[in-house]
Design a binder for this molecule. Sequence first.
Ligand code: FAD
Length: 557
Amino acid sequence: MIEHDVLIIGAGLAGMRAALAAKQEGVDVAVVSKVHPVRSHSNAAQGGINAALTDRGDDWRDHAYDTIKGSDYLGDQDAISIMCKEAGDEVIAMEHMGAIFNRDEEGRLGTRSFGGQRQARTFFVADFTGQALLHVLYEQIMKAGARVYEEWFVLSLIVKDGRCGGVVMMDIRTGKIEVVKAKAVILAAGGLGRVFEPSTNALICTGDGMSLGYRAGASLMDMEMVQYHPTTLKGSGVLISEAARGEGAYLLNSENERFMLRYAPEFKELASRDVVSRCEQTEIDEGRGIDGCVLLDLRHLGEKYISERLSQIRELAMDFANVDMVTDPVPIMPGMHYQMGGVQANIDGETKVPGLYAAGEVACVSVHGGNRLGANSLLDTLVFGRRSGLHASELSKKIGHININENDAQSDKENIQRLLDNDKGESFGQIRLDMGTAMKEHFGVFREENSMAKGVEKIQAVKKRAENVYVADKTSTFNTNLLFTLELGFMIECAETIAASAIDRKESRGAHTRTDMPDRDDKNWIKHILVNKNEDSHEISYKDVVITEWEPQIRQY
Ligand SMILES: Cc1cc2nc3c(=O)[nH]c(=O)nc-3n(C[C@H](O)[C@H](O)[C@H](O)COP(=O)(O)OP(=O)(O)OC[C@H]3O[C@@H](n4cnc5c(N)ncnc54)[C@H](O)[C@@H]3O)c2cc1C
C-alpha cells in the first residue's frame, strides 16, 4: 500500500506551496493532481498578486482594510490580518525562487492598480502571472524531491474514528484504484466555477475538493458567496483580466456613456467586483446594453502599451470574440469567476476533521467574505498553502498512520462498477449544462426568493437525472467519460449547498444580492453560514465573523 506523511490533493499554487513548505520540514510529501501540475487552473490567473510593501509607502493595515471593506464585513479580520502581513514575504520569496515580475522605471518590482484598493499594490508578470508562479513552484517541488502523482483522480477521503488518514484514488492512465495512507491530508483541489455556465474557470474546476471534504464531515462555509467578474467575453465567458481596467480601460453602455462615473464616483471602473458587476447588469437590464453586454474600451491605451502588458487578453478577444481591442471596444458581461466559500479552515488550514487540512480556493479561511478583491486569491493560495504545509508536517511528525486497508476502496469500486454496468440512459453532458444554466439563472448576479426556490427544483431534477447517468465508455484507459460523470456528482453537491446557503441568508451582502431584500442587515447577519452533510440531506449552522479593529461601515466606492 502507498504511504506518505503528508498527502496533498491538488497541484495548483496552494497545493505546490504547501508541498514545498512541508518538504522543507523534512517529511515525506506527495501531491496528487488529476491533470499535469502546470495545467491546474492557477495557470490561467492573469492580473497579479497583492502585497503592501512598506518601502513603497504602503501598509498591510491599508491592504487589510480594503480587503475587509471589499468582503462587505463578512471576512474574518484575524485571518485577513495574517494574509496581509505575510504578503510581502511571500511575493519576495517567489521572486527569489525565480518568478520574473514586471519592473517599474527604476528597476524595482512594478505594481498595477486593482479594484477596490486605494493603492496600486498588485505585482504582476504581464497578464500571465499565475502561469509564471506555477512554473516556478513546480520547479521548486521537483528540486525538493516531492513525489507527484500526475493524472490521478481522488475519489474519496478515508476517515476513521474521526480522523482523516488517507484517500482512495484512481490512476487515470490505467483505471487502477489505490488506497493511500497519509498522516495528514491537505485539500488544495481548487474551485467549483463550472457549477455555473458560462464561467471563466477551466473545465476541470468542478468542486471535487469541496464535495470530498463535505462528504468526509468537514463544514462548507460562505457557499452563497459566488463572485461574478465584471469583464468576461460575450458568449464564451472567457476572462478579460481586471488588469485591463487597472491599466485604464473604461466601461461604456449603448449610449456611449462611461456609466461607472454615475455609480462609483471615486473608484469608477475599479470599484469592487460585486459592485461593478451589479452596475453592468443594471445597465443591461434597463435597456442600455448591447446584445446582453456592455463595452470595455481600451483603445486610448494604444497598441504598444497593450502589447507590452495585456498581450494575452488581446489575443483572447481576437480568438474568441473576433475583436481587436486596439481598434474596437470589447463586448463583455458579468460572468461567474470565483467561489468565496469552501471547506471551513482556520489560519493553519485545519478543518473540523482532525488530520484534514484545506488551502486555496477550495478552502474558506475566511479572507474574502462576501466579495474577493482581485489579486487576493493568488495571495491566499500562497500564504495559507504554506501555513497548511507547515502545520500538517508538524502533525505528521507526532502521530502514526491510522489502520486502513484495501477494503476502504470497496464503496468507490462498487460505485464505479454500478456506473459502468448501467447500459442505457442519458450521458453527463446535457445534465451538466442544464445545472450550469439553472445556477446562472437563479443564483447569478441578482437573486430573489421565488426564483431561488425554482432554482432548487431544477437542481433536484438534475440530481434525479444524474442517478441514471449513462457512461458509454466501458474501458479503463483514460476513461474521461467516467471522470466527467464522477465530477458531475461532486458538482451537484456543491450546487445544493450554494442554493441552501443563498436561500438562508435573508439580506444582501457582497456578491449575495437579493432584489427582495436589498439592504445589508448588520444586526442579524454578520455571521457565516455553515453547511454540513447528514444522512441524505444537510444541516445549517452559524459562526460569528471575527472582528478585531475594523467596525462595519456603509460601503461606498
Ligand atoms: C481565468 C482566471 C484568472 C484569474 N486571475 C487571477 C488573478 O490574476 N489574481 C488572483 O489572485 N486570482 C486570480 N484567479 C483566481 C485564482 O487563480 C484561483 O483562485 C487560484 O489559482 C486557485 O488555486 P488553487 O491552488 O486553490 O487551485 P487550482 O489552481 O485550481 O488547482 C486545483 C488542483 O486540484 C487538482 N484536483 C482537483 N480535483 C481533483 C481530484 N478529484 N483528484 C485529483 N486532483 C484534483 C487539480 O488537478 C489541480 O491540480 C483567476 C482565476 C481564473 C479562473
